[in-house]
Design a protein. Structure first.
Length: 432
């Protein structure tokens, strides 16, 4: 199991941020090294000048006045002691060696020097010398660099936050068009005309233009295919009609009935083929606002009037929706005919719990559809032979037409087998 994130946004953010942080860390390291070197040079230069001046002043003052001058000559990291100081071993650490070398270059020519290390957790030394009048003098020195400014850590933290924010914005700008393109591909619907917006950087515009061209080609291919199907189906109606007339004049009643039955099936298939071809075209029907409960109830009543077992579980709430009523009616009748054909009864219910969509459920008590074929039955001319035999007279186009018209209504058609048996077909329509 790899720890590398799966998201491209996270991966690019890590790479960009890590690169910026490494570059910033390298720059900061070089700056700090240079600063430490400059600070050490300045510290040793000040030590050289200041100690030489201070020792010369103390050497020329009368012994009785020297004590009064010690506070004036004291500095932040060293002071003067009138006495022999503390005995100890010679200093060995590098920071002390730099200070010792500077003091020797400054004082060794005029005063004999010796150095001892003061025990402790930090570098601490004492330089011992004798003034010209024989008085001992000790320079108590803690060689340390100037302290870091208190605002520097705050600036560093703000800099890191700024780097993280800029990295996220930069990566987001790169990933956003890619995410939009992926979403457009996932939601590609050949029956709908929803081109991508060709805006943004040149590369994004080119990708969007290529996607729109591809979508247009797919729509053209589907339109050509539907046109061929419609033309063939339309042209078949005339010879089928002539065949019916000739068969009716046949002298063998049994053969005549069989042939007429076959011709009726052919006519039904032709009509369904024309209907499927028309359903793939853009709907020219005007959208209207209707009250869904009353509208569905009218369809259920139409079926009940001709003796069909269709029940509608209406809700008390008003459910206004903007849609194309004739196209939706065709979807509903196809699904209800399917439910009655294979389940003998149909129950309609509306789910209005979502704020974004209304869902119409059509449930039957039939044999259902195998789970592996739930998606395939929405394809044209597909039939589930184990449960939907040809004796029913189906053409395999009813669900395909319903699915295609639902997509043109900007809805979603979904098939689910019920736990208690039968099929639940849902039509999700967007609220307007």
């Amino acid at each position: 199991m790899t720890l590398w994130p799966r998201s491209l946004l996270a991966r690019l953010l890590i790479i960009v941020l890590a690169g910026l942080l490494l570059a910033n860390a390298l720059s900061m390291t070089l700056v700090m090294v240079e600063r430490m070197h400059s600070a050490r040079t300045v510290m040793l230069g000040n030590l050289e000048y200041d100690v030489a001046t201070s020792v010369a002043i103390l050497d020329r003052l009368p012994a009785s006045e020297r004590a009064a001058w010690l506070p004036r000559l004291e500095r932040g990291n060293y002071r003067y002691i009138l006495g022999a100081g503390e005995p100890g071993a010679a200093p060995t650490d590098k920071r002390s060696q730099d200070a010792i070398r500077t003091l020797k270059e400054t004082l060794a020519a005029d005063y004999p020097l010796s150095f001892t290390a003061v025990p402790g957790s930090v570098s601490h030394i004492q330089a011992h010398l004798t003034l010209h009048d024989g008085s001992p003098l000790t320079i108590d020195l803690i060689p340390r660099m100037p302290p870091v400014a208190s605002w520097l850590p705050v600036v560093l933290i703000l800099q890191l936050l700024l780097l993280a924010a800029c990295s996220w914005i930069a990566v987001r700008q790169v990933i956003r068009p890619f995410s939009q393109f992926t979403h457009a591909v996932d939601t590609l619907d050949p029956s709908a005309n929803a081109p991508m917006k060709e805006k943004g950087p040149v590369e994004v515009q080119r990708a969007a233009h290529a996607f729109n061209a591809m979508q247009a080609r797919i729509q053209s291919y589907i339109k050509d295919r539907a046109q061929i199907l419609a033309s063939i189906s339309h042209d078949l109606q005339t010879p089928i009609t002539r065949m019916k007339l000739r068969v009716e004049m046949a002298e063998q009643p049994e053969l005549r009935d069989k042939l007429l039955n076959d011709l009726d099936n052919m006519s039904r298939l032709v009509r369904e083929g024309i209907a499927y071809a028309r359903s793939s075209e853009s709907l020219e029907e005007t959208s209207l606002k209707l009250e869904l409960n009353a509208w569905v109830n009218s369809i259920a009543c139409d079926y009940q009037d001709i003796g069909k077992n269709v029940q509608f579980q209406a809700s008390e709430a008003r459910l206004p929706v903007v849609t194309r009523p004739q196209a939706l009616r065709r979807v509903m009748t196809n699904l209800l005919d399917n439910a009655l054909k294979f389940g003998e009864r149909a129950v309609i219910a509306i789910d209005d719990s979502s704020a974004q969509e209304l869902i119409i459920h059509i449930r039957d008590a039939g044999p259902g559809i195998p789970e592996a074929e739930l998606a395939a039955v929405l394809q044209p001319f597909y039939r589930v032979e184990t449960s939907r035999n040809r004796d029913t007279g189906g053409t395999g186009l009813g669900l395909a037409i319903a699915a295609q018209l639902t997509a043109q209504l900007e809805g979603k058609l979904k098939l689910v087998n019920r736990a208690e048996g039968g099929l639940d077909v849902s039509i999700a329509l967007p609220r307007r």
